[in-house]
Design a protein around this ligand. Sequence first.
Ligand code: FMN
Ligand code: MN
Length: 460
Amino acid sequence: MPKDMRTWIRQLEDAGELIRVRKPVHPQAEMGALMYQTRDKALLFEELKGYPGWRSLGQAPANPRQAAIAFDTTLEKVVPTFAGKLHLRQTCEMVRSGPVKDVILTGDQVDIQKLPAHQAGIRDAGPFITAGLCVTKDPDTGIRNMSFHRMQVKSKTRTGMLLVPRHTFQNYRKYEARNEPMPIAIFIGHHPLYYMAAATTGPYEMDELELAGGLLGEPVKLVKCETLDLEVPFDAEIVLEGHVLPHYREEEGPFSEFQDYYIAGTGKNPVIEFQAMTMRKDAIFKNVQNGSEVEGCVYHKIPMAAAIYNRLKNIGGFVDLKNVMTLPGIFGVVVQMTPRYYGEAKNVLMSALSCEYLHPKVAIAVDDDVDIFNNTEVIWAINTRVNPAEDIMVLPGMRIIPMDPTGKEFGATGQPTWHRTGGKLIIDATKPPTCDPEARDLFERIKPIGGGMIMLKDYL
Ligand SMILES: Cc1cc2nc3c(=O)[nH]c(=O)nc-3n(C[C@H](O)[C@H](O)[C@H](O)COP(=O)(O)O)c2cc1C
Ligand SMILES: [Mn+2]
C-alpha cells in the first residue's frame, strides 16, 4: 500500500510517537497553543469544536527525530540519507480515481471556511491553510512544480497566498504576462515525504512530485483534477482546485512565520479563487504550526540541510564531511567535518552561505567530536575553539532571504523584485586540521579514565 497520511499516523502511533487528543479542541482558539507546546509528540485531534466530523493532525513530525522516522532512519542519519536520495526521481503514474475523489464539490458547494484551518498566533490575520502543497505548471513547457505556501482564508472561495519569488512565482509571472489566471491545485494532508519534497529547492525544471516518488521509493499515483489541467496524488486527504488571479493583489498576513516572528511577507499578495474541492469521505485535515523548532520548521530544516550536505561534499574536490544541521530560526547552519587543511572549513562555509537556499546567513563548522544536535555543544565549540580575529568572517551586502527582518528591504512582497540584503557570518569552530597533528592535539577533549565502561549504576 502506498504511503499516505494514514500510514504515517499508524507508523507514529506504533512507535509511541502520537498522542490522540480526545477532548474537543477549537481550531482557532486552542489548537495553536497545543501544537506550539508539544515539541516531542505528534497530535491527532479527534474532535474539533465547530467542525463536526472533522479530525486534524498536527506536529507530525514534531521535530527532526520524528522526521527521521518518516525516512525509516535515525536523527543522526536523516540528513545524509535524504542527501543520498536527492537525485532520485520516479515518473508519476496516472490512475483513473482514488479516495481523494470520494467527495466532489463544485460551484456553490465549495466552502473552504468549513475546513478546520487553525489560527497559529495572536497577531495572525485569521485562520490560514498551512499544510497546502501547491501544484502548478509552467505554461510554456508543462513542467510541474510543487511547493508549500501559506494561504489566508478570506471567504468561502478565496484565500490569499504568499509567493516569495521562486518557481511558483515564476510560473505565475508567465501566466500574468499572458494576462491569464494561473491554474493551481492544492492538496492538504499527505505523508511527510511529500512535504519534504515540496520544501526542497532544486532546479526550476525539477518536478517535486517525481522527487517525492524518489524519496518514497515508489511512483506517486496521480489523478486528474475535476476542473483543471493539473494532477494531484490520488490518496491525498483533500484537494482544492482554483486559479491565482493575474495582476491582482490584496492585503494578506500577518502570519506566525518560521523565524518565530510575524514580520515579513505581510502586504499586497496574490489571491486564489477556488471552484472545486474533492476529498476523502472521512478526510482528516492537516494543520502545520509554524515558528522556530516546530513542524513548519522541520520541513525546512531537513531538505535545506540535505541540499547543503550534497553541495559541500565536493568543495575543493573532497571534504571529509560528517553531517549538516539547520539551526533554530533556520537562518543558521552547522557543518560537522574533519578539516584536513588550513582554510578548508572557511571555503566550505562560504558555499553553505551561497547555496540553493537563501536562508542560511550564519554558518558554523565544528569537528565530529561535537554533537551538532545539542546546541550547548555547538556553543561550547564556538567559545573554546574560535579565535575571533582569525576564525570569524562577516560578509556584508549579500542577498538574504526576504523573510529576514534584519535585512534592508527592496521592492515589496507580492512583486518579483522583492528582496533583501544583509550580512552573513562564517564561524570556523573546527580544531586545527589533520595536516597539523600537534596543533590539533591541543584541542583533544577530556575523557574520564574508564569512561564508557565504568557506570554509576554498578556502584549504587
Ligand atoms: C511550512 C512551510 C511553509 C512555507 N510557506 C511559504 C510561503 O508561504 N510562501 C513561499 O513563497 N514559500 C513558502 N515556503 C517555502 C517554499 O515552499 C520552499 O522554498 C519551496 O522549496 C519552494 O519551491 P519552488 O522553488 O519550487 O517554488 C514554505 C515552506 C515550508 C516548509
Ligand atoms: Mn520547484
